[in-house]
Design a protein around this ligand. Structure first.
Ligand SMILES: Nc1ncnc2c1ncn2[C@@H]1O[C@H](COP(=O)(O)OP(=O)(O)OP(=O)(O)O)[C@@H](O)[C@H]1O
Ligand SMILES: [Mg+2]
Length: 493
C-alpha cells in the first residue's frame, strides 16, 4: 500500500478537507497548508512526495510558491489547481516545471489518476529516500554559508536578533551580499516563522501604488479601489515585512512608515479604523543611508529608528575565506538541481576564485559557478569555463600559486628545502599570505618583519608610498620601520 505524503496548499478550508478525505481514502498521507508561506514551511518540515498547489493564495501567489519549490526542491512534483485558469498562469506554471494544471471543482475520478501518475513518476523508492534526506538536510534552506570571522560573528548576531523582540532591523550591504538571505534567516529563525514573510521592493513600485500595497484601502478610496484590500502590514501580521531598497522610498511614505513603526497601528487608505499590527520590519539597502540622510533624501528620524539594530554584511572581497566554502556549497546545490556530480574545483580555478574581487559579491560567484557547471564536462571546474573577468585578470598573476587543498592530487607539496611560496591563503582581512611552516627551532618575528619591509621596498624600487601600500601601513609607519631596521631612506618620494 502506498503511503506517500501529499501536501495540499489551498486557502479554502472546504477544498482542503475534501481533497484530504479523498487522498486518505486512496491510501496517501495528507498534509495541509492554508497559505503559501505555510506551505513552504510544511515542505521544509515534512518533505512531502507530492504537492497540490492552489494558484490563488492569500499571501504569495501559487506561482511564486511554485518557483520557490522548484528552486529548492526541484524533484518534488507539483500539481496546480485553480478555479479560474488563466492562460498566463498555465504557461508560467508549466515553464516552471509544474506537472499538471487541474481545474476546480475537482473531478475526483480524474484527480485520482493524476495523483497516481504523479506518484508513479517518483520512480524508485530509494531515489525518493535520498531525496527526502536531501530536503531534510536542506531544511535550513536559508542556509547561510560563511566561515570568515566576520560572517561567524554576523550569524551569531543574527540569531540573537531573530530570537529577540526587536521590531525593526536594518540590513546594509552591497548588492549580492545576501541581504535577502539574512532577512529570511532572521524570519525563519524566529518565533514568527510560521507567520508570513512578506517582501516588497520599494524601488520597483510608484509611490501611490506603494502606499496602497503597504496599508491597503477601503472600497472606493480612489477610482481604482473597486473592493477593499488588505495592505502588506495586515497580511504580514505576526510575521515579518521585508522592505527592500528602503533608500528608494519617498519621503512621504518614510514619514508614514515611521508612524507605523512607532505606534504599531495602521489605517487603510480611505479608512477611519485604526488596525493594530504586530509586524517585524526588516529594511534593507545597498546604498549608504547615512549619506541619504546628509543629502536630504532619507529622513533622519526614520534612519535612527531603523538603525537600532543595524546589520552590515561585508562585501565578499573583504572576507575571501568565504569564497571557496560558498563555491563548494553552490556546486553541491547545482549538482542536485542539474543532476550532475561534479567533485570540486581544480586548484588553479580555486586560485582564480579567491583572487578575484567579486564586485557583484555572492550573487556573481553563484552565477559563475552555475555557468561553469553547465559548461564543464569534466569532474572538476577548471578555469576554462570561469568568466573572463575572473581569469583574465591581475597583472603579475602567476598560475603557479595554487591554494592548498588537502585532497587535491595536483597540489605541489611544500618544498622540502625550506619555505617556498608554494601556496597562499587569505587572511581575515581578505589579503593573501603565503602558507609557511615555522622551522622547528622557531624564528624571529622582528627579522621576518624586516625581511618583508625589505621585500616591499625592493619590489617597488624603493617607492615608499607604494611599499607602505603593499604592507597596508602608513608611510610614517614604514619610515619608522625603515629607520628601526636600518634601511636607507634616501630615496624619498
Ligand atoms: N552567505 C551566503 N550563503 C549562501 N548563499 C548566499 C550567501 N550570501 C548570498 N547568497 C546567495 O547569493 C544570492 C544573492 O543574495 P541576496 O539576493 O540575498 O543579495 P542581496 O544583498 O539581497 O542583493 P541585492 O542588493 O541585489 O538585492 C542569493 O542567491 C543568495 O542565496
Ligand atoms: Mg536583495
Amino acid at each position: 500500500m502506498s503511503n506517500e505524503k501529499v501536501l495540499i496548499v489551498d486557502d479554502e478550508k472546504l477544498i482542503r478537507w475534501s481533497v484530504r478525505r479523498q487522498l486518505e481514502e486512496w491510501g496517501y498521507t495528507a498534509l495541509e497548508a492554508e497559505s503559501g508561506t505555510g506551505g513552504l514551511a510544511q515542505i521544509r518540515a515534512e518533505a512531502p512526495d507530492l504537492i497540490v498547489l492552489d494558484v490563488r493564495l492569500p499571501d504569495l501567489s501559487g506561482i511564486e510558491v511554485l518557483r520557490e519549490i522548484k528552486q529548492n526542491y526541484l524533484s518534488i512534483p507539483v500539481i496546480m489547481i485553480t478555479a479560474d485558469p488563466q492562460l498566463d498562469d498555465i504557461k508560467t506554471a508549466i515553464k516552471l516545471g509544474a506537472l499538471d494544471f487541474v481545474k476546480k471543482p475537482l473531478d475526483f475520478d480524474e484527480f485520482q489518476v493524476t495523483i497516481a501518475n504523479a506518484i508513479d513518476r517518483l520512480q524508485l523508492r530509494s531515489e525518493r529516500d535520498s531525496l527526502r534526506e536531501e530536503v531534510k538536510r536542506r531544511s535550513g534552506y536559508h542556509e547561510v554559508v560563511g566561515r570568515s570571522p566576520r560572517m561567524v560573528e554576523l550569524m551569531n548576531f543574527v540569531r540573537k536578533v531573530a530570537a529577540s523582540e526587536a521590531s525593526t532591523v536594518l540590513i546594509q550591504g552591497e548588492s549580492g551580499t545576501g541581504k535577502d538571505l539574512i532577512a529570511k534567516a532572521i524570519h525563519y529563525d524566529s518565533t514568527r516563522a510560521e507567520k508570513p514573510f512578506v517582501a516588497i521592493n520599494c524601488s520597483a513600485i510608484p509611490e501611490t501604488l506603494m502606499e496602497a500595497e503597504l496599508f491597503g484601502h477601503e472600497r472606493g478610496a480612489f477610482t481604482d479601489a473597486k473592493a477593499q484590500k488588505k495592505g502588506l502590514f495586515e497580511i504580514a501580521d505576526g510575521g515579518t515585512l521585508f522592505l527592500d531598497e528602503i533608500g528608494e522610498m519617498s519621503t512621504y511614505l518614510q514619514a508614514k512608515l515611521l508612524r507605523v513603526l512607532e505606534d504599531q497601528i495602521i489605517r487603510r487608505i480611505g479608512g477611519v479604523k485604526d488596525i493594530g499590527v504586530d509586524v517585524r520590519v526588516i529594511a534593507a539597502s545597498n546604498r549608504d543611508l547615512e549619506q541619504g540622510v546628509r543629502e536630504g533624501t532619507f529622513r533622519q528620524d526614520l534612519f535612527y529608528r531603523l538603525s537600532i539594530i543595524p546589520i552590515f554584511i561585508a562585501p565578499l572581497r573583504h572576507r575571501r575565506e568565504d569564497v571557496l566554502p560558498l563555491a563548494d556549497f553552490f556546486i553541491e546545490r547545482y549538482n542536485f538541481r542539474f543532476r550532475k556530480s561534479l567533485k570540486g574545483i581544480t586548484p588553479e580555478a580555486r586560485d582564480f576564485l579567491v583572487r578575484y574581487d567579486w564586485p557583484g559579491n555572492v550573487r556573481e560567484l553563484k552565477n559563475a559557478i552555475e555557468r561553469a557547471m553547465i559548461l564543464e564536462e569534466s569532474d572538476y571546474i577548471r578555469p576554462t569555463y570561469l568568466p573572463i573577468q575572473v581569469t583574465g585578470q591581475a597583472p603579475g598573476y602567476e598560475s603557479t600559486l595554487p591554494v592548498t587543498t588537502p585532497d587535491s592530487p595536483e597540489i605541489a607539496p611544500l618544498s622540502a628545502s625550506g619555505p617556498t611560496m608554494a601556496s597562499w591563503r587569505p587572511l581575515p582581512s581578505g589579503r593573501m599570505i603565503p602558507v609557511l611552516e615555522l622551522p622547528r627551532e622557531g624564528t624571529s618575528l622582528e627579522e621576518v618583519e624586516r625581511e618583508l619591509v625589505g621585500l616591499a621596498l625592493r619590489q617597488t624600487g624603493g617607492n615608499q608610498t607604494h611599499a607602505a601600500k603593499l604592507l597596508d601601513i602608513s608611510r610614517d609607519a614604514l619610515r619608522y620601520k625603515m629607520k628601526k631596521f636600518g634601511f636607507d631612506s634616501e630615496s624619498d618620494n
